[in-house]
Write a protein that binds this ligand. Structure first.
Ligand SMILES: CC(C)(COP(=O)(O)OP(=O)(O)OC[C@H]1O[C@@H](n2cnc3c(N)ncnc32)[C@H](O)[C@@H]1OP(=O)(O)O)[C@@H](O)C(=O)NCCC(=O)NCCS
Length: 201
């Protein structure tokens, strides 16, 4: 896959990102929180597919090109998000859902921070730290040995260092090459302008 000169081809119609995998093996110390009182944290039991898809696209799709969950039909999506080993949380600002946290315990004695983010409106407001502290508490409330996450270069540029400050340690990097969800009609062409669309001729 990797050529001698360090370059790898990316076919037209695809997007490429460097993915960093990180984990922690004991609960990290929670960091100080600086948030105003309008934030609240809610466990959404048996979420509706339409509600989840809307929040996922709002937090991660249009801004950061999250796409995997947008490709699933209602049944396939609800099979995951209603699994008793998957926990979905919404971060609310007033009455509006402005952040998503998904913890996946389907792997034995492990938890994946499967999706984590706040809306553009709440970036750099302290909401991310508030949500991460809740994520660490909820993950380690179950009997696990490992809490892990991956992030890629299409995500917010501060995400990787934010995860490292949160106590996750990088252990592997990969290149991901995936079909461009904008060309597949999964997301609008205007999504994530920091990742250029290279359509096949
Ligand atoms: C990754 C992400 C959650 C980081 O969030 P953020 O907006 O930078 O988070 P915050 O504003 O809470 O925190 C940044 C830091 O500023 C601090 N801060 C924020 N407001 C502050 C204030 N008023 N006073 C003092 N410190 C403050 C926080 O405490 C935090 O400090 P720490 O990291 O040293 O503990 C956010 O960028 C995001 O949701 N991105 C979009 C989705 C995404 O890319 N997700 C990751 C993909 S897997």
């Amino acid at each position: 896959m990797m050529l001698d000169d360090g370059f790898a081809d990316v076919p037209a119609g695809r997007i490429a990102a460097v993915v960093t995998h990180l984990d922690m093996h004991e609960p990290a110390r929670l960091r100080a929180e600086h948030v105003a009182g309008e934030l609240s944290f809610h466990h959404i039991k048996r979420p509706e597919a339409a509600w989840y898809r809307q929040l996922y696209a709002y937090v991660g799709g249009h801004a950061w090109l999250w796409f995997s969950r947008l490709k699933l039909d209602d049944r396939a999506l609800e099979d995951i998000i209603r699994d008793p080993l998957v926990e979905i949380y919404a971060l609310r600002h007033g009455v509006a859902d402005e952040g998503l946290l998904e913890l996946d315990f389907r792997e034995k004695r492990a938890c994946e921070l499967a999706f984590f983010g706040v809306s553009r409106k709440l970036l750099a407001s302290g909401a991310g730290r508030f949500l991460m502290n809740r994520a660490i508490e909820r993950a380690w409330a179950r009997d696990i040995d490992r809490f892990h996450v991956h992030t890629c270069t299409m995500d917010h540029p501060a995400a990787l260092e934010f995860y490292m400050r949160s106590g996750f340690v990088p252990y592997r990097r990969q290149i991901e090459i995936a079909p461009d969800p904008r060309l597949e009609g999964v997301l609008p062409m205007s999504a994530a302008p920091h990742v250029p669309v290279i359509a096949p001729q």
